[in-house]
Design a protein around this ligand. Structure first.
Ligand code: FAD
Length: 294
């Protein structure tokens, strides 16, 4: 099933993201965790892709397993930066052969050792290069891309960031998923701006439940997201008690999601990070809300 058909069903939807194992050794435990999440029957599940290609094989293995064993529609992430055309074309063929019809087309982070090098002769410099390719081949993928309500760290300003986002949509992207954010007003302001710029495809807000204090620094570093005082107070108060922090973090994420639904957002994606108990609790918190007609 194509993700775009789920997003335009006029029903409130919830989807979860998981990541593949780094090594064969951890494959079984990751597979089990992703299956536990799949048993919740979310609207769809996305499986991330290691930028350096390290876990790329497992992305497909996990996505295929979720789809075939649990009937949950899957979205396979694919990055292209510092890859050759040949490698990326092989990956696209593998995704197609696995019967997966949804691809999240990403540039990926520039590996530290390649930062500052001349990229003019790279096969892929931007996510849009991958989207053009996915569209130009004889493919029928539903394509997603990433966006950044608080601006991509490499962008000079938001106007420029939105200009390149529009290029991705014009290249053939069907929907957009956002980077994590912890203040919904940032998302609402961003939506005004992209709609004004003529971007009309569905936007899925990405919500990251922070369930332990150690995650905070990592999440901020990774995303550059603003942490509202309300959230900081919660970490100050409960950060040293793992169970209390988990409960508070899930409640905060649930509150963000309910506010999004209440403000006419129909689809929400949760960065569930291979934590079935977190996915389960968030879904339970929304049990009488999900599936409602919009
Ligand atoms: P792009 O869209 O190419 O943008 C990157 C930067 O280049 C931006 O500053 C943009 O404004 C600029 N830009 C874009 N086009 C042009 C152009 N034509 N000319 C000049 N500048 C341009 N990483 C992974 O490794 N694996 C994953 O599975 C993964 N999943 C993600 C899912 C989501 C929802 C998000 C938000 C991010 C994800 N990432 C993942 C991280 C992502 O790879 C990084 O944020 C990366 O730095 C940018 O990828 P992009 O696809 O947004 O790049």
């Amino acid at each position: 099933m194509k993700i775009i058909d789920i997003l335009t069903q006029n029903k409130l939807s919830l989807s979860f993201e998981v990541f593949p194992p780094k090594t064969q050794m951890s494959f079984e435990s990751v597979k089990l965790a992703t299956e536990e999440i799949a048993k919740l029957k979310p609207s769809f599940m996305s499986v991330t892709y290691g930028a350096g290609g390290g876990t790329s094989k497992y992305t497909l293995d996990i996505a295929k397993n979720i789809k075939e064993m649990h009937g949950v529609p899957t979205l396979a992430h694919l990055t292209c930066v510092s890859s050759t055309k040949e490698t990326v074309q092989k990956k696209i063929k593998d995704i197609k052969d696995a019967g997966i019809t949804n691809i999240m087309a990403l540039r990926g982070d520039i590996p530290a050792e390649l930062e500052g090098v001349d990229r003019s002769n790279w096969d892929y410099r931007h996510a849009s290069d991958l989207i053009y390719e996915l569209k130009s081949e004889n493919n029928d993928f539903c394509i997603g891309c990433a966006c950044y309500p608080e601006i991509h760290p490499e962008s000079a300003n938001q106007k420029e960031d939105i200009k390149y986002l529009k290029e991705k949509v014009d290249a053939g992207c069907d929907f957009i998923t956002t980077q994590m954010f912890f203040d919904n007003n940032l998302l609402y302001n961003f939506l005004y701006k992209i709609r004004e710029a003529g971007i009309t495809v569905p936007v899925i807000p990405g919500i990251m439940p922070i369930t332990n204090a150690n995650q905070v620094d990592r999440a901020v570093k990774l995303s550059g997201s603003f942490m509202p005082q309300r959230f900081k107070s919660l970490v100050d108060k409960f950060g040293s008690d793992p169970n209390a922090m988990k409960q508070a973090g899930i409640a905060y994420a649930t509150d963000q999601i309910i506010d999004l639904y209440a403000n006419s957002i129909t689809n929400v994606h949760v960065y569930s990070m291979n934590k079935p108990e977190v996915a389960k609790q968030i879904q339970a918190n929304l049990s009488d809300i999900l599936g409602k007609d919009f």
